[in-house]
Design a binder for this molecule. Structure first.
Ligand code: NAD
Length: 349
């Protein structure tokens, strides 16, 4: 939660308690929460009905929570079997922010989108920073500096934001995505849509489908010349519930000009680029390969602000007559609910 939104929670009928130091990583310090009307304490869990966080609470935080309390955070189900068992036993209600359905009524609660937006922006800025060249065309008395050539693979929320940011910085940008609708979206950002002679791959819910290995190989062959000509490559491709697709091999990177940069925003999900290491910069021949790790946290101000607004909107959905009273028949509430009243309602799939 950010101090600016504490007043909205209070106006809705809630008392707000903040763990001391909780916002300091985002330069949101305790006095700002107090001025906004929150109580700041070292022990916020003992009497909490609803706990808001980004990552799931660890066992130390869950222990003092009253039985039947509610938590709202990201909740990567598959990674937390012990946690799920404990939550069933203690009858906690668990809402996972990543399970907000992608329907228009839920857009204001969609934290995957808000955090992808931050990651896409950050990826473009890192590319511009690491590349020892101008992004914009510059015509001076001393001569012309050509604009940087950028390729963005994956044009969902993060990719489109990376494209838009690189365009604003003046680079010449090309984008590619397997979904048919993406080409028009890429063009609407002022970039060129790379069109490959391959079938599109639409899956359920507006997401992409996984590629077969044959298709992946063909796609890599067809993209190789675009990547070789790029000064900066930004990859953002993902398929829900799967390892990130491998779009770029070491051999392809080796064809890029010395000093080029590759930014892989899918590094934590296995990477779109061969050899990427999340949280590190790896040298591949003459090219630097940057692997994103918890990228939204590298822009803590906007990431916190947007996430807090998403969570506030979830709370408002679940508030009736000044009380926290989720309606489990509501499409958004039921999609988000992982555990409730001793049952597992959602297996993260
Ligand atoms: P995502 O993070 O799952 O994937 C990122 C992108 O990678 C997607 O555009 C996907 O098509 C692309 N991709 C997957 N495999 C690829 C491959 N082999 N090569 C190239 N690209 C590949 O997706 P996302 O950014 O979360 O959003 C995906 C879609 O959902 C978009 O159409 C977006 O507009 C839509 N969306 C809708 C809502 C809503 O209606 N509320 C909210 C957010 C996103």
């Amino acid at each position: 939660m950010v101090p600016d939104l504490v007043g909205k929670l209070r106006a809705a009928g809630y008392q707000v308690t903040v763990q001391a130091g909780a916002g300091s990583g985002a330069l949101l310090f305790d006095p700002a929460y107090e001025v906004a009307g929150a109580l700041v304490t070292e022990h916020p869990f003992d009497e909490a009905d609803v706990v808001l966080s980004v990552q799931p609470l660890d066992a130390n935080c869950l222990a003092p929570l009253p039985s039947g309390a509610t938590t709202i955070s990201f909740f990567p189900y598959a990674e937390r079997p012990t946690d799920v068992a404990l939550r069933r036993e203690r009858k906690f209600t668990t809402f996972g922010m990543e399970y907000v359905p992608r329907i228009s009524r839920a857009q204001s609660m969609d934290a995957l989108s808000s955090q992808a937006l931050v990651a896409g922006y950050r990826g473009a800025i890192v590319a511009a920073d690491m590349l020892g060249q101008f992004f914009p065309l510059s015509m001076t008395a001393a001569g012309t500096v050509p604009p940087a050539q950028v390729v963005v693979l994956g044009a969902g929320v993060a990719g489109l934001q990376a494209i838009a940011t690189c365009r604003r910085l003046g680079a010449v940008v090309k984008g590619y995505d397997v979904r048919a609708a993406a080409a028009e979206e890429i063009r609407s950002m002022g970039a060129q849509a790379i069109e490959l002679p391959l079938p599109t791959l639409e899956g359920a819910g507006g997401y992409a489908r996984e590629m077969t290995e044959d298709r992946a190989q063909r796609q890599r062959e067809l993209l190789a010349s675009y990547i070789a000509a790029a000064d900066a490559l930004i990859t953002t491709a993902a398929v829900p519930g799967r390892r990130a697709p491998l779009l770029v091999t070491t051999e392809m990177i080796m064809q890029m000009a010395p000093g080029s940069v590759v930014i892989d925003l899918a590094a934590e999900a296995g990477g779109n680029v061969e050899g990427v290491v999340a949280g590190s910069v790896v040298r591949v021949g003459p090219v630097q390969l940057w692997g994103g790790a918890n990228v939204p946290s590298q822009m803590p101000g906007p990431a916190s602000r947007l996430y807090a607004q998403n969570v506030l909107n979830v709370i408002m959905l679940m508030t009736r007559d000044g009380r926290f009273a989720p309606d489990f028949d509501d499409e958004i509430t039921s999609a988000m609910c992982v555990t409730h009243a001793g049952n597992v309602l959602h297996d993260g799939g």
